[in-house]
Each structure stands twice: as C-alpha cells, then as structure tokens.
Design a protein around this ligand. Structure first.
Ligand SMILES: *Cc1c(COP(=O)(O)O)cnc(C)c1O
Length: 417
C-alpha cells in the first residue's frame, strides 16, 4: 500500500492519547468505488512517498491541501462546468462571493493576475446586495459603475462606447421584475469594445439558457437557489468559458481563500442532479399560476415572461426552449403596506421567506427584503412598488398553491378601503 500504516494494525505500545487521534484512521483500502462522491472531510492529503508529494505539488491535478482542491468540491465544480458548458468552475461559500470573484476575474487584464476593475457597465435591475456590492466595494475603490437598460440594445451600445468598460454585468431574468436579456447581442456589442461579460444566471438556470454558449465570459450562480434547490445550503459558483479566465479565477480563489466546504458542496451536488425535473415542474406550475393570477380582481398586474403581455415574451419564447421560469411577480390592487402584510399573513402553504428557487412555493415583498436598503426613490425607478410581490413557485400540487393564493386574495377583498 505504501501509505502510512493504519494505527489499527499495530496499536500495541501506543498511548491512549495517540490512539484517540489515530486509531482506525486510514485503515480501509476499498477495492470498490462508491457510486456517489463521498464527502472528503479532510484538510490535507498523504502521499506514499515524499517524491510523489513533490510531484503532486508540481502537477497541480492531485489534491495537496483543501484550499487548493478537495475531491468533493472538484466533483461539484466539474458538474457545474459541464452543465453550463464551460471550461471549468469555482464554487464559493455564497452567491455574493461568486459575484465579487467573477467581477474581479473579468476585470483582470489578459496575461495578468491582479484585478484592475476601473469601469463596469451593469443592468439597472439587480439583486439588492449586488447593487450594494457595486457601490460599497467597486465604486468606493474608485471604479466607475454605470447603470444601463440591458433590454434597450441601442442604449447598451451607446453606453459601451462612451464608458469603454472592462466588465459588463447583468442578470438573465432580472430580480424582481423578471426582465429577459438578449444575451447573444449584448455579448457581441460588449466584445466589440473589449469588455468581458458576466451573467448572473441564478433565475434562468442552465435549463432555460446557457450564456457561455452565447459567448458570455463568465456565468455566476447563487447555488443557494435553484441549483441546490432545497433551501438547506448557502453556496455560489462561477463558470468560465475560457481556460485563461478560469486560471485567473482559480488563482484568485486560492489566494483569497474563497472556497466552499465539502459538506455544502455535497448538498449542492445532490441538488444539481434533480435540477431539470424540478425546473420543469416549477415552470409548469408558474405558467399556470401566472395566467390564473391575471384574472383575479385584486391583482393589478402580473409579470411573467410566459405571458404575451410581458415586454420580452417573444425573446423568452425563442431562447428558453418553451419554459419561462419559476418566478412570477404581481402587483396587488391595494394601497398601503397593511394590506400587503395582511395578504402575506393570510397565506398558509406559500411561505413568506426570503429566498427563491426552493422546492416549496415562496413569496417575498422586495420592498421589505431584497431591496429594502434602497431608497423608495431608487425602488420606484426600478419599478419596485410597495405592492409588488415575487413568487418563487415550488413543486407542490398546482391546485393547492392556487387555493392558498385564492384564500389570501379573499382575505384582502373584503377589507379594501
Ligand atoms: C440570492 C441571489 C444572489 C446572492 O446569492 P447568496 O447565495 O445569497 O449570496 C445573487 N444574485 C441573485 C439573482 C440572487 O437571487
């Protein structure tokens, strides 16, 4: 075998204190291989000889220390890269860490490893914490951050030409207004001025669209959401289209120590296996609920890419393979937050919890959650009114979700002023 012998083999003569540390460890040499990657809860690795350890350091493709690589994490990163059709992926402890890392890597000049993010062009409507990251990290350190309407391609082109950014960042299916971006065209325009494109694909998931295939340079996920899917883990990932950007991403992740632990990685990897099944069911439920909600008197407006009334319906229809996502936003026909709170409190099955992408149906009011730190002026500009609610539709029975919404709408019907 060559590995350091297991203490279980020759426990005689060792003290209890030593046995407690080593006994039974490294004793099992399996001939069989597990069907699923085990959780490698180890921070370091042993090689049979010092020469092989030296070789492992030199080659870089065998584990030597878990900040540089862990087989459980490697499996997840390999899987994420394959499903997003990239050259490789790096997993992080949260979606925010992934977004930060992706912008740094995208803003690292060719052939260098030190990030130099000076100009970033970003979508107007972004996840609340992403807006604050841009403001409190990048802008605060002197970068120019310009907002644009990524659905208005003429404006994107003008802004690209005047700003000349290193990085363009947007969400495919935006939060919370569910706008859909023509990724292919934005990528073409951005590449023409030498910018790299980062797409937050958390809402679309690779089941609806794979931006790297359309030329995007990096794809980001809050794996906390659909990818893991069960509301039991916080994680993020970045997938790179080219080895050059991947190398930068890996180098920076190791240096900053921004890694995902093996326990979380194994939960995310398990979630990923059922992503397509969950998304299909969730999209089916969401589409049915969106049309039903459109007919309810207390619902003033429904935002769903699958409805013909949605401004990018045709684009979504062309690009997303017949699916339109699991998120539905509505505006209730009420005035004042009491009515909104009454609706939320009346829900029984639908959970008013701050997240999305889980197997259960969830609802949030962005003005008190994801976008609460923005001023009401900023929210108004983004189209986020106090009566806007965002549903993340789960895999439950459609009729049960619908009945729950119906009785909550009923609860605000008889109280209207
Ligand atoms: C949740 C979310 C994030 C942040 O991810 P965390 O895992 O919470 O850090 C970023 N972007 C989008 C679109 C999200 O929904």
């Amino acid at each position: 075998m060559g590995y350091r012998p297991a203490m279980a083999d020759k426990p005689k003569g060792r003290g209890l204190g030593t046995l407690l540390v080593h006994a039974g460890e490294r004793a099992v040499a399996l001939r069989a291989r597990p069907t699923v990657t085990p959780i490698y809860g180890t921070s370091t690795y042993l090689y049979p000889t010092a020469k092989e350890l030296d070789q492992a350091f030199a080659d870089g493709n065998q584990p030597v220390y878990s900040r540089h690589g862990n087989p459980t994490l490697d499996q997840l990163e390999g899987a994420l890269s394959a499903v997003e059709a990239g050259k490789g992926a790096v997993a992080y402890g949260s979606g925010m860490a992934a977004i930060y890392a992706a912008i740094l890597a995208a803003g690292t000049p060719k052939g260098e490893s030190v990030p130099a993010v000076r100009r970033v062009l970003v979508a107007n409507d972004l996840y609340g914490a992403t807006l604050r990251l841009l403001d409190e990290q990048f802008r605060a350190q002197g970068a120019e951050v310009k907002f644009t309407d990524v659905c208005d391609l003429d404006r994107v082109q003008r802004d690209l030409e005047s700003l000349r950014p290193e990085v363009v960042f947007f969400e495919q299916i935006s939060n919370p207004c569910l706008r859909v971006v023509d990724v292919e065209t934005v990528v073409r325009l951005a590449h023409a001025v030498g910018a790299r494109v980062v797409v937050d694909n958390t809402f679309a998931t690779p089941i609806l669209e794979r931006p790297l295939g359309l030329g995007a340079d990096l794809v980001v996920h809050s794996a906390t959401k659909f990818i893991a899917g069960h509301g039991d883990v916080t994680a993020g990932a970045v997938v790179a289209r080219t080895s050059m950007v991947l190398d930068v991403l890996r180098h920076q992740a190791r240096l900053l120590g921004a890694i995902l632990g093996p326990f979380e990685a194994s939960l995310v990897a398990r979630g990923l296996k059922t992503l397509e099944l969950r998304i299909q069911r969730q999209c089916f439920n969401a589409a049915a609920l969106a049309s039903w909600l459109s007919e309810q008197p207390k619902v003033a407006r429904v935002l769903y890419p699958g409805l013909e009334s949605h401004p990018q319906h045709l684009l979504a229809k062309e690009r997303f393979g017949g699916l339109f996502g699991a998120l539905v936003a509505i505006e209730l026909d009420v005035t004042g937050r009491e009515q909104i709170f009454r609706f939320l409190d009346a829900l029984g099955l639908v959970l008013p919890a701050t997240t999305l992408g889980d197997i259960y149906t969830l609802v949030t009011a962005p003005f008190i959650s994801s976008h609460r730190e923005l001023s009401s002026e900023q929210r108004r500009e983004l189209g986020i009114s106090d009566s806007l609610l965002r549903f993340s539709v789960g895999i439950e029975e459609l009729s049960d979700i619908q009945n729950d919404l119906a009785q909550a709408l009923e609860a605000i019907s008889d109280t209207q002023t």
